[in-house]
Ligand binder design. Structure first.
Ligand code: NDP
Length: 300
């Protein structure tokens, strides 16, 4: 544990709830590894208190904040500046102290990308199915489009939300021209219409709903084995539990499956790098990952 003195810098997490977060493990481990005089603390911020929390943190000279549910969209209004990519996604999860206020970033998207690269999963030219159209799915859809996936099926229980994301992603500057014959487009669909996805090819499926999240670990957004026969790789954003029902269903049909803990690791690493102007070597990132797994009591 870092000795706390008059030079200690403070970073933290605001959200509600924050009690089960793994982020302190990421940042306090990194600070200890680097010998940096920094501590990271979660702050439970009650309803209606987000503005005060952001302004108060700035007044207290807090170096940086992570932002989680339900404040990722709301806090944008309280920032001095928002990074272009975060603005497009419409959500921030990292606030970086600048002259006169915080600048907002979205490190979830790049965190997912780094996690996928680390697992050897590529997006370019890939046929992708995204399940969900909430905040996380939105970042995933932008990432897939940005990394030039060949086709993106966006399935959600509430079709309207999938349509809204599709409109925004497909409408990105220059995208219409780049997409040409319709390849690379986001196609919104109701979740129950998954059978309409062509079965003459295999897909990368990204599970971005909250179905299967602890404690409802026996649930998956789609149960039908036929759906999972179409999947060569399944990436679940959920990491609690580390083996979700979605992952079991993918593996049951011969696909590879991953949980979301590495995404969490890398969104944290990127935030830490932004706050401290440093670059974390890959072997240090993997050491932090081992600490996270130990903390969660998992091996895989
Ligand atoms: P949101 O609440 O914004 O979205 C939830 C999504 O789940 C919506 O698409 C919703 O559909 C869908 N959903 C919820 N219940 C059901 C149901 N019973 N049947 C079908 N669909 C359902 O959450 P987020 O986007 O913020 O997070 C989604 C998941 O991603 C969470 O489990 C979260 O833990 C995880 N996550 C992981 C991260 C990581 O670093 N690994 C980072 C961020 C998120 P509808 O629109 O119809 O309500």
């Amino acid at each position: 544990m870092q000795k706390i003195d008059g030079h200690t810098r403070l970073c933290g997490l605001i959200g509600n709830p924050v009690e089960h977060t793994m982020s302190p493990v990421i940042h306090n481990t990194l600070a200890a590894m680097e010998g940096r005089n920094l501590v990271y603390v979660p702050f439970h911020v009650g309803t209606g208190q987000a503005r005060k929390a952001v302004e108060g943190a700035y007044a207290l000279n807090v170096l940086g904040l992570n932002v989680t549910v339900p404040y990722k969209e709301e806090v944008i209004a309280y920032l001095k500046e928002t990074d272009a990519m975060a603005k497009q996604i419409g959500a921030v999860n990292t606030l970086v102290r600048t002259q006169g206020g915080y600048k907002g970033y979205n490190t979830d998207m790049m965190g997912l990308y780094r996690a996928m690269c680390a697992e050897g999963i590529k997006l370019e030219g890939e046929e992708v199915i995204i399940l969900g159209a909430g905040g996380a799915a939105r970042a995933v859809a932008f990432l897939c489009a940005w990394k030039k996936a060949a086709r993106i099926y966006l399935l959600n229980r509430t079709l309207e939300k999938a349509k809204r994301i599709a409109e925004e992603v497909n409408g990105m500057a220059g995208r219409g021209a780049a997409a040409g014959n319709g390849a690379g487009k986001v196609e919104p669909m109701p979740l129950e219409d998954y059978r309409e996805i062509p079965s003459d090819r295999k897909y990368l499926a990204i599970q971005a709903t909250s179905v299967g999240l602890y404690p409802k670990t026996k649930e998956a957004p789609i149960e039908d084995k036929e759906f999972y026969q179409k999947i060569h790789t399944g990436f679940d954003l959920i990491y609690r539990p580390s083996q979700t029902r979605f992952m079991s269903l993918v593996r049951g049909q011969g696909g590879r499956a991953f949980h979301g803990l590495k995404m969490l690791l890398y969104q944290g690493i990127i935030a830490y790098e932004l706050w401290n102007g440093t670059e974390i070597p890959q072997e240090d990132a993997l050491e932090v990952y081992e600490t996270m797994k130990t903390e969660m009591g998992i091996e895989e």
